[in-house]
Design a protein around this ligand. Structure first.
Ligand SMILES: *Cc1c(COP(=O)(O)O)cnc(C)c1O
Length: 400
């Protein structure tokens, strides 16, 4: 039976048209875009096209606001470190408790090593940001507020336009990690007061190891990597031309297929949630059911360990996850669910299904048919210590 891939918030299949667009740049089009001869100029034209394709996806006013980086992680680091360098007298950061590790680990490091004060704004049970706490944290000491557009685990959306305006009133820069939003939601940066934005190629059917940092014209900027004058001095190093061309194509495809996110992907996601909640007792959707990504279903199951579910689904050829790929693998409960007030035990029973425009009704129905039996099996075979709401770790023999 065909494999069912429902872990698109971890990474996506590279679209065949993206592979096709990239291949020539591993072949005849190998030139260095900075070279003055024909080998270089052909490639530099392709980079220009890619930049315009990303500009269109973001609704950016100028193509030079788009800087290519090695991915979401580098874009996030560059934005935060640049703000600390360019905003004199300001040595505080405002962020949320539910950011990706690419933001949270950097902030923890800056706190320890450089004495930077970090405000981690809490969220409520639905994962919504505490706006009053956000306002209170902003001051003339804050260099940058960095709040994600969409959470990678629950799909909850943050009101970034409003948050950007509040940061502006405090004289701080505003950055958003839009890695999960880009390609799934319409974005128009011409109007929003967002100074910097990160996106990643591999989360939108592009290649891995390529991303973008958008920097609004006029925003003070300090590069992370110094060297040649590539990317107008914003990111030195010979451009990863195949990946940039691939990301450009992926951005074009994402824009062309944007309507499908609401017309087809969201109904499929809702079908999955409704089907599972009807058939599995003691299950609930986490996060904000209104303000969220159209592709993400995050469901908490009482009295069962999600790692066990993932393993048994995997045997049936169904791929999903317990949350962020970075957190899983360790047995640490998700920091996102903990921030939402879930007890450590309950946070172990949450499963994330993330769809893409490739997802089909047949795949969804296979999950609906397969999962209830798995949860029932695990619940009857595991012993839940009274009052903890959490199963004991499932012995491998139970998975046989
Ligand atoms: C995947 C992800 C990143 C990291 O992007 P990479 O390109 O893998 O470095 C950052 N933020 C969020 C929200 C993500 O989902």
């Amino acid at each position: 039976m065909d494999a069912v891939y429902l872990d698109n918030n971890a990474t996506t299949r590279v679209a065949p048209a993206v592979v096709d667009a990239m291949l020539p740049f591993f072949g005849d089009q190998f030139g260095n875009p900075s070279s003055r001869h024909a080998f270089g100029s052909g490639v530099s034209g392709a980079l220009k096209t890619a930049r315009r394709q990303v500009q269109a996806l973001l609704g950016a006013a100028h193509d030079h606001e788009v800087t290519f980086t090695s991915g979401g992680t580098e874009s996030n680091s560059t934005a935060i470190l640049s703000a600390l360098e360019t905003m004199p007298g300001r040595n505080e950061i405002v962020t949320s408790a539910v950011e990706h590790p690419a933001i949270l680990s950097l902030c923890a490091h800056l706190e320890r090593q450089r004495g930077i004060r970090v405000h981690r704004i809490p969220v409520d049970r639905q994962g919504r940001l505490d706006i009053a706490a956000y306002r209170a944290a902003l001051s003339d000491k804050v260099a940058v507020a960095s709040i994600m557009w969409a959470n990678n685990e629950t799909g909850t959306l943050f009101p970034v336009a409003e948050l950007a305006e509040l940061a502006r009133q405090a004289g701080a820069l505003f950055h958003t990690d839009a890695v999960q939003a880009a390609g799934k939601l319409p974005i128009d940066l011409k109007e929003a007061g967002i100074d910097m934005l990160s996106l990643s190629g591999h989360k939108l059917h592009g290649p891995k190891g390529i991303g973008v940092l958008y920097v609004r014209r006029g925003t003070p900027f300090c590069p992370l990597l110094r060297g040649g004058q590539q990317e107008r001095g914003r990111r030195a190093g010979t451009e990863n031309t195949p990946a940039i061309v691939g990301l450009g194509k992926a951005a074009e495809l994402a824009l062309a297929h944007m309507d499908e996110m609401t017309s087809r992907v969201r109904p499929l996601r809702d079908r999955l949630e409704d089907g599972l909640l009807q058939r599995i007792p003691d299950a609930s959707v986490t996060g904000d059911r209104q303000q969220r990504l159209p592709n993400t279903a995050h469901i908490a199951f009482a009295d069962v360990d999600a790692e066990g579910i993932v393993a048994l689904l995997d045997r049936q050829g169904i791929a999903c996850s317990t949350g962020s790929a970075c957190a899983s693998g360790s047995m640490e409960p998700s920091h996102v669910l903990r921030a939402m007030g879930f007890a450590a035990g309950a946070a172990h029973g949450a499963l994330r299904f993330s769809l893409s425009r490739d997802s089909t009704e047949r795949e969804i129905d296979r999950v609906i048919a397969t999962l209830p039996g798995i949860v029932e099996t695990l619940r009857t075979r595991s012993v839940s210590p009274a009052g903890t709401g959490r199963s004991l770790a499932i012995p491998m023999s139970a998975l046989a």
